[in-house]
Design a protein. Structure first.
Length: 94
């Protein structure tokens, strides 16, 4: 497998571990409304941070464009992180 693909898989697995850690704690999640039908939770932020950590360790000179944290760096290589990492809607709290 290509080294970049290996890194992407590693990042996805690390984010998955974060998401699974919260799967049984939905009632304790902190969720913010960013806009109409647009929510972000602490799970989203932590999972995104894990992905960014993996990518930056493997490719410190690559740029990243992430949904929650925006653009970081400038490079001919751009990693785009645009989940939904963790699906949440208003019905989950009811």
């Amino acid at each position: 497998m290509h080294p970049m693909l290996n890194t992407a898989v590693k990042a996805a697995r690390r984010a998955g571990k974060v998401i699974m850690r919260y799967a049984s704690q939905l009632d304790r999640l902190t969720v913010e409304n960013k806009g109409r039908n647009d929510f972000v939770s602490q799970v989203d932020r932590e999972a995104e941070a894990e992905i960014i950590d993996v990518l930056k360790r493997a490719y410190p000179d690559h740029a990243i464009l992430a949904e929650e944290t925006g653009r970081q760096g400038k490079s001919e290589f751009l990693w785009i992180i645009d989940p939904p990492l963790f699906e949440y809607d208003d019905n989950a709290k009811r």
